[in-house]
Design a protein around this ligand. Structure first.
Ligand code: 5CA
Ligand code: ZN
Length: 469
């Protein structure tokens, strides 16, 4: 992959993921194949969230008066909001915002719903589109103006401890989802100057793209009582006193799909983890004039037996030469291709080719075939996971000399460095390297002898820094 950006744009088109020729900048069309990948990702996410959250749906539009209530929050988003000013010909009395995120849509309602500690905790989520008039360079799925796959959770608790615990729960849910997609990540406590507008602290997941830039793929925020005070979310505690609620919110987006495409793909096209592949197995009948019906009927039999194990499988019986089919199947990233011709049928075996490593081998056609295929799919997932993590771990490097910080990071790495934790130092390092501090990677013990890479004072943390999208 010589030029990642070009590769990425091409693959979105050739693999039928999205069409970004829609005539509004930053907005694209999900095409059927991409939509299926998205659907499988969403199904995993929904299953995880449904265990302990309730799905809801709030309106897309937010009155200006609500959006403007929380000062820091509105400041963070004011340059990115799309406004509706007219209904038909008539100018509206109050402008309406297209949600850039939904705190200010949801929290006024929380205020009405919550009366007592009995009503808590509340844990709701919604899967919606959100709109941000991004001023940085837009890129399909990575930085869009209509975020079409925004899944946001909002919770309210009766104590600060419980809200802190919920942050951990959010982190565990996202680890789980990224493991399912074999996406490696670094978890950082974002620096104060880069936390979510209105949050006490922000925990972020970043992954690294083939071009060496990192992408924020999910965030979990502890909102403390800031929004509760603004939106009057109070409850009567066990002692009969009124108290403000403690809140968290967390979310992810289309970027997750961008990551799984970018991280696993190769020059031939997509490589999809079996968890999200629309077709996990594609069977290609190798047909000659003689014995066509036998081969096809065996293919159908195998297909049925795989479907009985919930494997997503199709037969590519298009009237094309096998070479062309192999090319298409590889481009679309199906994890496993099965070939069956008359001679294979005689020998009672199938040929399979793994998309993750190109390995070609055979399996007997017997009662164990479906289970063997299922195991093979698991092996493919594990291999993609191990490969992606191995590469990711190689991209992390501890840098002790300040002179080396820029060059290491420019090599496409996430650099770790000793840091006193002061904003001044963090910002100075960002300025000098022209990179972004991702945040705190790890806290150091009080008796550490390590010193800040910038000021030489005693270090409090190991920070991380990278080129970011
Ligand atoms: N209300 C909170 C939690 S949902 C919130 O909005 N957090 S956020 O601003 O950090 O956005 C959540 C996630 O959406 C981010 O971590 C990032 O992965 C993704 N995201 C943000 N902006 C964009 C964008 N323009 N295009 C694609 N994804 C985005
Ligand atoms: Zn320092």
């Amino acid at each position: 992959m010589e030029n990642f950006s070009e590769w990425f744009h091409n693959i979105l088109e050739t693999a039928d993921i999205i069409d970004s020729r829609y005539p509004i900048k930053g907005m694209s069309v999900w095409r059927p194949y991409g939509f299926q990948i998205r659907k499988h990702f969403y199904n995993y996410l929904t299953d995880l969230l449904d265990k302990d959250h309730d799905e809801t749906l709030f309106p897309l539009l937010i009155p200006e008066s609500e959006l403007a209530k929380e000062g820091i929050h509105v400041k963070g988003f004011e340059d990115e909001v799309y406004w509706i000013t007219h209904g038909g010909q008539k100018e509206l009395n109050e402008k309406l915002a297209l949600r850039p995120t939904s705190e200010t849509a949801i929290y006024p309602m929380f205020s009405l719903w919550i009366r007592s500690h009995i009503d808590l905790p509340i844990k709701v989520y919604q899967k919606v589109n959100t709109f941000r008039y991004e001023t940085k360079h837009t890129r399909p799925l990575i930085r869009v103006r209509e975020i079409t796959s925004f899944a946001e959770v909002h919770t309210v608790h009766s104590s600060a401890e419980e809200a802190d615990k919920q942050v951990q729960t959010g982190i565990e849910i996202y680890k789980d989802i990224f493991d399912k997609l074999a996406i490696p990540y670094l978890i950082s406590n974002r620096p104060v100057w880069d936390k979510f507008p209105g949050a006490e602290y922000t925990i972020a997941f970043d992954t690294i793209f083939p071009d060496g830039k990192t992408l924020q793929i999910a965030t979990v925020h502890n909102l403390g009582q800031t929004f509760a005070k603004t939106f009057d979310i109070t409850f009567e505690n066990k002692e009969g006193q009124h108290e403000y609620g403690y809140q968290t919110c967390y979310g992810l987006s289309d970027r997750v799909i961008a990551s799984l495409i970018a991280i696993h793909g190769d020059d031939k096209g997509l490589i999809l983890p079996p968890t999200v592949a629309p077709k996990q197995v594609v069977i290609v009948p190798i047909l000659f004039k003689k014995g066509q019906e036998e081969v096809l009927s065996k293919c159908r039999e195998i297909k049925k037996s795989l479907e009985d194990l919930n494997i997503r499988v199709s037969i590519d019986d298009r009237d094309l030469r096998p070479g062309k089919k192999f090319f298409d199947i590889e481009q679309k990233g199906s994890p496993l291709r099965i070939e069956l011709g008359p001679r294979d049928l005689e020998n009672n075996k199938i040929i399979y080719v793994r998309r993750d490593n190109g390995e070609k081998s055979e399996l007997s056609i017997d009662d164990d075939l479906p289970v063997n295929i299922k195991n093979l799919l698991n092996t493919i997932h594990d291999n993609l996971y191990d490969k992606a993590w191995a590469k990711f771990n190689e991209s992390l490097e501890l840098v002790e000399e300040k002179e080396n910080l820029k060059s290491t990071t420019e090599d496409g790495k996430i650099s770790k460095f000793y840091w006193c934790g002061d904003t001044e130092c963090g910002k100075a390092i960002e300025e000098e390297t022209d990179m972004d501090v991702l945040g705190i990677y790890e806290d150091l013990d009080d008796d550490t002898e390590k010193v800040c890479i910038h000021c030489g004072k005693k270090a409090k943390h190991i920070g991380s820094i990278a080129k970011t999208y």
